[in-house]
Design a binder for this molecule. Structure first.
Ligand code: ADP
Length: 698
């Protein structure tokens, strides 16, 4: 751990007063007496709290302020590796940064069941081998579920739930000999990974790979932006750094934005390292969560591939963090504890003293600015690996297409689609839709003026109807996150499309996330203008990233060169021009200039305050009160905007109101916010959330 963040590990004798942080929503660390046999900082403990026993971690010496005679003893020290000083320091820093109470941070770090229970055997199930093809529907679902679990230990309850059947169906399969029932240790280590064989890096991959490998070998904090178009070999390069990490007997963490992506990724890791890594996300069973949590803390897991909450795992010796697709907005947790996993990954790496790699084809402006400021190193991968090229990108000027207001596909685009489908290739029609209120544009001039207004941005359903009417022979697949209840259904659909199961794909942002469709050679962006408008400060950036990524979906293979067509009413808009011209640096410089001038992130700081209540008058009154009594904010030169109704004004019967605080870059924003909010007592029904560095303004 780097010295800046040093936290001592003290040892306490039986009867000593110690401070314990629990996962209960209490304002402070509570004092207890060390139990028989003593305890140490970081020990996981069970402590009495009122009539209950709750989970906690020994956080340091007692806080005091109580009658020492009344302090109760710790119930017991749990049989788990103590939380390391590095993780405690990380939780404390992250809590300070996000203005989150420490108990909520501790909950993020203890999201595995039965942490205190000793390792034991449990009955688990796996496929025996050959599967007869005469199984009943329910039995077939069990087999499918077992395949999904990919050999991870699964209990009968978990299996029955995943297959939506009764336990008797599983038992029936055991009798048939299709499924094996066996006792397995609850916390088996993950198979060891083989770090010796990789692909031979070529071109600028070599230099990038060497630099990252050297960072890992040296140890210590270093932040790198690994930038390169889709297919340029970023994954291949950072897997080299992972390999070096394994060779140094340290642990690596790779964060991915989407569960839907992990299957493809895991297969690739398996091919590279000879076994699957440990997997951590919301789709993982409780049994597997506990195993992973324990193995990470005991060194029985070398590589974790996970969603953002994997950042809070108790690594024993973290040697590398990779944040893939670092610009992805899903890294921002928008529920509960509001944190940005990309930024927290950098913080954890700084505290753990290990390198962090942020990989992207289209980095966030925040990361770009950190490179400009000399805080991050930048490694560029140039052309795509092999012969595949970036598709050609062109604008379709919608002002001259004269489409009726109920149609979205221009004649120009329709002709392209027909040609591609006629050749047996795939076309993707992309809707740049985020659920914002539709932007209204004048169809004649492309600007928001009176007269001839048309709502831009149809829904997926309307576009699908138009496609069906125009291309009656084509097989159409719709890919949109809100159409799929489960990650599994989405994965299946993606696999089906990759295999050629559709001619025309209609997709929203979900398709811009790195799926590989080999037959796809045409991308038509239906509404390239939408993201350029509105109050979201990152709208231009997102539009830029999305367009480039979605265009990058086309023509990933060497034989087929792709093309991308952007339907726009503003072909001369600087963002559209930068996308088409491929002049990325020009785009970033222009966008950075605009944000600097406006004093907004990353050149200024912001915090959102979201209030909600069932009582509409109360929520506005309280918001008004917050805005009036804001001296602590004024003292640091910050401005307060609002209260204003949130764009999503009601959620589950609660009225939502927002305030926005804006400060200069160096201002001590968190301290001022804390002092400001401490002046108020919240009405009972009112909820207040602070969103530091907001991404969403909904
Ligand atoms: P990115 O992460 O930038 O999208 P990938 O690492 O996924 O790029 O590389 C794209 C494809 O090219 C993958 O199929 C990968 O296996 C292959 N590839 C990349 N670099 C090499 C290499 N040096 N040798 C062989 N294949 C490579």
């Amino acid at each position: 751990m780097s010295e800046r963040f040093q936290v001592a590990d003290r040892v306490y004798q039986a009867g000593d007063l110690v401070g314990v942080l629990t996962t209960e929503p209490l304002g402070r660390v509570l004092d207890y007496r060390a139990p028989e046999g003593g305890c140490g900082d970081g020990d996981f403990v069970e402590v009495p709290l009122g009539p209950r026993r709750v989970l906690g971690v020994v956080w340091g010496p007692a806080v005091g302020g109580w009658d020492p005679a009344k302090v109760r003893p710790i119930g017991r020290v749990l049989d788990a590796r103590p939380m390391r000083a590095e993780l405690r320091a990380f939780l404390a820093k992250a809590a300070d940064y996000t203005l989150t109470p420490l108990p909520s941070m501790l909950r993020l770090a203890t999201r595995a069941p039965g942490l205190g229970e000793p390792a034991s055997m449990r009955r688990v199930y796996r496929l025996a081998g050959a599967v007869p093809n005469t199984l009943t529907e329910a039995r077939h679902r069990v087999v499918e579920a077992l395949r999904e679990f990919r050999g991870a230990p699964v209990t009968i309850g978990e299996l029955a739930e995943a297959a939506e059947c009764g336990a008797s169906v599983v038992k029936g399969l055991v009798k048939l000999g299709v499924v094996v029932e066996e006792d397995a240790p609850r916390d088996a280590p993950y198979p060891r990974l083989r770090a010796d064989v990789g692909m031979r890096l070529v071109g600028d991959q070599v230099e990038a790979g060497d630099a990252l490998v050297a960072d890992v070998a040296r140890g210590g904090y270093a932040a790198t932006l690994l930038k390169g178009v889709t297919g340029s070999g970023k994954t291949e390069v950072y897997l080299e750094a992972v390999a070096e990490c394994l060779r140094s007997r340290k642990q690596a963490l790779v964060l991915l934005p989407e569960i839907a992506l992990t299957a493809e990724f895991l297969t690739r890791v398996e091919a590279r390292f000879g076994a699957k890594p440990a997997e951590w996300h919301s789709g993982v069973t409780m049994t597997e969560r506990r195993r992973l949590w324990r193995m990470v803390s005991e060194g029985g897991a070398e590589l974790v591939v996970g969603a953002r909450s994997a950042l809070f795992l108790p690594f024993q010796d973290l040697g590398l963090i990779v944040v893939d697709e670092e610009h992805d907005t899903s890294y921002k947790q928008e529920d509960g504890v509001l944190y940005n996993a990309r930024d927290m990954a950098v913080l954890r790496a700084a505290i753990a003293g290990c390198p962090v790699v942020l990989a992207s084809a289209t980095p966030s402006l925040e990361t770009w600015a950190n490179v400009e400021a000399g805080k991050y190193r930048r490694l560029d991968l140039g052309s795509r690996f092999g012969a595949a090229e970036m598709p050609e990108m062109r604008a379709i000027d919608m002002r001259s297409e004269r489409l009726p207001s109920d149609r979205w596909i221009s004649e120009t685009l329709a002709a392209k689609v027909s040609a591609v489908v006629g050749r047996g290739e795939q076309a993707l029609l992309f809707l740049n839709r985020r659920g914002f209120a539709p932007v209204t544009l004048c169809r004649a001039c492309g600007h928001g003026v009176e007269g001839r207004m048309a709502a831009v941005g149809p829904g997926v359903e309307r576009l699908a109807e138009e496609v069906a009417a125009r291309f009656p022979e084509a097989r159409v697949a719709v890919l949109s996150s809100d159409l799929f209840g489960s990650a599994r259904a989405l994965k299946e659909k993606i696999a089906e499309i990759s295999g050629g199961g559709a001619d025309i794909i209609i997709g929203t942002q979900i398709v811009a996330k790195g799926h590989n469709f080999p037959l796809l050679t045409l991308v038509g962006v239906i509404d390239a203008d939408l993201g350029l408008q509105g109050s979201d400060l990152r709208a231009a950036e997102r539009t830029f990233q999305l367009m480039r990524q979605v265009a990058g979906r086309a023509g990933r293979t060497a034989e087929r060169k792709g093309e991308a067509w952007l339907q726009t009413h503003q072909p001369e808009h600087p963002v559209i021009r930068a996308i088409l011209g491929g002049d990325e640096e020009a785009f970033w410089r222009a966008e950075a200039g605009e944000r600097k001038a406006a004093g907004v992130p990353p050149y200024g700081r912001m915090a959102g305050i979201i209030l909600s209540s069932t009582d509409v008058a109360e929520v506005f009154d309280f918001g008004g009160e917050l805005a009036r009594r804001c001296d602590p904010l004024k003292r640091i030169g910050a401005e307060v905007w609002g209260p204003a109704p949130a764009p999503i004004a009601r959620v589950r019967g609660r009225h939502r109101v927002r305030l926005l605080v804006k400060a200069e870059k160096g201002a001590p924003l968190q301290a001022a916010l804390a002092e400001w909010l401490a002046q108020f007592k919240l009405p009972r029904d009112l909820r207040l959330a602070v969103d530091i560095d907001p991404q969403s303004f909904l």
